[in-house]
Design a protein around this ligand. Structure first.
Ligand code: XBP
Ligand code: MG
Length: 255
């Protein structure tokens, strides 16, 4: 892999670009349940367990199968989940429109550096496409949606992370080899997916993912850092850098 050029960066969204799970998705699920007259309530602790399954509809099913087996399921359960999920997406995008969730440290700076250097950008996430565009719009501004050549999201591939399909899809759309790219992830399901697509992967952990297994990651950091706000290295070699910049990315890519 040493001789290939770094051409593109592919970003996960939830947990990587922004801390969306605890105060965003979780809150929106609970609002949707309440609105539907259900007494389901996902606490911060329970949500940690529910995050084992990616995708909102899949997560609700996982909840009923494993944490609320008492619930008397209606015949049209799948339809009900689809409706609940629509409502959840509405609540979630409304939260974002109020500016409830900022980007994580270093994310905006790194994207601007990458764009200035002519790197291509893409997104590979299990979250619903509307959620991605709402986050970008309300943090980086509407024009930032066009910074990304491909926004691979949600049900566009049936097998969500940890399956590699969403990364494979993004690579295929960009006509790029995995060896020309770096992926950015925050979770074990995420790195399983990116590694499955043979992408070198940079990890920034968050509250829900510090104890995850990131074996094989290019580097594991607490966040991307800023010039005046250094990251902490959890595993790997930062090559003397204190924040994620293009020099570091090139070193990690060719290592
Ligand atoms: C993100 C997710 C998503 C969100 C909810 O995983 O698991 O399911 O929690 O999104 P990753 P939807 O960061 O690994 O892509 O409700 O829109 O499915
Ligand atoms: Mg994630």
């Amino acid at each position: 892999m040493g001789k290939t050029m770094l051409k593109a960066l592919i970003f996960d969204v939830d947990g990587t670009l922004a801390d969306t799970e605890k105060d965003g998705h979780r809150v929106a699920f609970n609002a949707a349940f309440k609105e539907a007259g259900l007494d389901w309530e996902w606490s911060v602790e329970l949500y940690d367990k529910l995050l084992a399954v990616t995708g909102g509809k899949e997560r609700m099913k996982h909840y009923l199968d494993n944490f609320n087996t008492e619930y008397q399921r209606p015949d049209n359960l799948q339809e009900m989940i689809v409706e609940l999920h629509k409502s959840k997406t509405r609540h979630y995008t409304e939260l974002l429109s109020k500016g409830a969730i900022p980007l994580r440290p270093g994310v905006e700076r790194l994207m601007n550096e990458a764009r200035d250097a002519g790197l291509r950008l893409a997104i590979a996430t299990t979250t619903t496409p509307e959620n991605v565009t709402a986050l970008l719009e309300h943090t980086l501004g509407k024009a930032s949606i066009d910074w990304f050549e491909v926004i691979a999201a949600g049900d566009i591939v049936p097998a969500k992370k940890p399956a590699p399909d969403i990364y494979d899809y993004a690579l295929k759309e960009m006509k790029l080899d995995a060896a020309d790219c770096l992926a950015f992830e925050d979770s074990e399901n995420g790195i399983k997916s990116s590694h499955g697509a043979e992408l070198k992967t940079i990890i920034t952990v968050n509250g829900y993912t510090t104890s995850h297994d990131f074996t094989g990651a290019a580097i594991v950091l607490d966040n991307m850092g800023e010039p005046d706000q250094p990251f902490n290295v959890i595993a790997g070699d930062a090559h003397g850098q204190t924040y994620v910049n293009l020099d570091l990315l090139k070193r990690l890519h060719s290592a």
